[in-house]
Design a binder for this molecule. Structure first.
Ligand SMILES: NC(=O)c1ccc[n+]([C@@H]2O[C@H](COP(=O)([O-])OP(=O)(O)OC[C@H]3O[C@@H](n4cnc5c(N)ncnc54)[C@H](O)[C@@H]3O)[C@@H](O)[C@H]2O)c1
Length: 419
């Protein structure tokens, strides 16, 4: 059993940074990231993901947390937790490069009895089939399960969600043997105030995570299909959902754009493994297909309602509300469709700072200057300022509320559209 735990967190993004910050109050913790930009910002107390507040980060840096770009600073660590991205390739296959790279880094640091834990979302089997052989390519000829040990603990944080924070989410843990299970139980129960679930083995824990997100994707896909049907029926899907939700066991999913790097990505990991096992992942991939078609479906409905060459204010560019994350955001598909139809699209997002996107300043917009608004991502920022923003719309302008967020407050003067 490891006496003094020194923990390395490798990959300080949306998942790794809050984890390192949470761990450093109980353990010596070193956060490592290959991005020099990310490390230098963090050292100044700046977290551009907005998951950790500046004062908290600075306090941690003053006390126990070390943040570094030099992997050699991890040489005295005995527990390595990898929180690197697991994206997909252009052909929607798992892109395991960051995962393989981090294994190569850890392999150079491994000592006898060290524990290597993966938090990145993978398909079942990846930790033992992909990561272990790379870790075993070490100078000391250390073998997995004999000299060093593996664990897997999927992350479930929901960026932008200030209620279900890392300390309030039950943590699934798994280990190669009882010793790893015990160590992970101790570490993670401090982080989550005891809410830890021990999965039967690593493969079970890996599968549990990837099916959570795949299930969500499939459920949203069903409601997106319902939204298309309702559109043809000339009824609002939200009105239908309000009625159906009164049944005790109706699942409350909403239609919408599925972007980001979890829900729209993880099902491909499950589908990949499924295909390898010669099981056709029909349901998983059909959900993906339906959700991938939604931006074009929505853009077409909007274009049908717009006059030729309309001037449109597009509100919300990130992949979901109240986060600064632009990865795999479906807003851009709607924007390029409408631009191709010769509409003029002005962009705004309070969370995005970019010179390339040429965002408008809301304070400089004149009243009655737009033919339409598209509220694509209903950040709280917009919902709290609707009375101000609606002045920019011409009297016959149309308000497209993709997620139906302001429908309850529908203004009679608005020409309003939602799914
Ligand atoms: N963001 C989420 O909401 C969320 C939730 C649950 C699970 N996950 C999973 O957690 C994992 C991490 O996701 P994320 O959103 O934190 O990613 P991210 O892109 O925000 O952060 C990953 C960090 O890892 C760094 N990195 C990349 N390769 C590295 C390497 N070889 N060594 C060290 N650092 C490296 C990057 O520079 C980046 O800062 C993914 O598998 C993701 O699917 C994410």
């Amino acid at each position: 059993m490891i006496k003094e735990k020194k923990i390395a967190v490798l990959g300080l993004g949306y998942v790794g940074l809050p984890l390192a910050v949470g761990l450093c109050s109980s353990y010596k913790t070193i956060g490592f990231d290959i991005s020099l930009d990310r490390v230098s910002q963090l050292l100044k107390g700046i977290d551009k993901t907005l998951e950790v507040k500046e004062t908290k980060l600075k306090n941690c840096l003053k006390r126990k947390l070390i943040v570094t770009n030099n992997f050699k600073d991890l040489k005295n660590c005995n527990i390595f937790i990898a929180t690197v991205p697991t994206p997909i390739t252009e052909s929607c296959e798992p892109d395991l490069k960051p995962l393989k790279d981090v294994c190569k880094t850890i392999s150079k640091l491994l000592k006898k009895r060290d524990i290597v834990v993966f938090e990145s979302t993978v398909y079942p089997g990846a930790t033992e089939e992909i990561c272990a052989p790379i870790l075993e390519k070490n100078d000391k000829n250390l073998k997995s399960g004999k000299d060093f040990f593996l664990g897997y603990s999927p992350e479930r944080v929901n960026p932008g969600d200030k209620i279900h924070t890392i300390d309030k989410i039950d943590k699934v843990i798994s280990g190669q043997n009882k010793m790893v299970e015990k160590v992970l139980f101790e570490i993670y129960s401090r982080l989550t105030k005891g809410k830890v679930f021990l999965a039967k083995n690593i493969k079970v824990a890996e599968a549990s995570k990837v099916i959570e997100n795949s299930q969500r994707d499939i459920n949203i896909a069903f409601i997106n299909e319902v939204a298309k049907i309702c559109n043809k029926l000339n009824i609002s899907v939200y009105d239908v959902l309000n009625a159906s939700s009164t049944k005790w066991n109706f699942l409350k999913f909403k239609p919408g754009l599925v972007g980001g790097h979890c829900i729209g990505v993880d099902p491909y990991y499950l589908a990949h493994k499924s295909s390898k096992l010669k099981i056709d992942p029909k349901v998983i991939l059909s959900g993906r297909k339906t959700n991938n078609e939604m931006p074009t479906f929505i853009a077409k409905r909007i274009d049908e309602k717009l006059k030729r060459k309309s001037k449109v204010l597009f509100l919300g560019l990130t992949f979901k509300e109240d986060v600064p994350d632009l990865r795999n955001s479906k807003s851009f598909e709607i924007i390029s469709f409408l631009k191709n139809k010769q509409h003029t699209i002005k962009l705004h997002d309070p969370y995005v700072k970019s010179d390339n996107l040429q965002l408008v300043n809301l304070k400089k917009i004149k009243n009655n200057s737009f033919d339409a608004f598209i509220l694509a991502v209903p950040h709280k920022f917009y919902l709290q300022r609707m009375d101000f923003i609606k002045n920019f719309l011409k009297s016959d302008g149309i308000f497209f509320d993709i997620k139906g967020k302001v429908s309850a407050k529908r203004d009679k003067n608005f020409n309003y559209w939602s799914l």
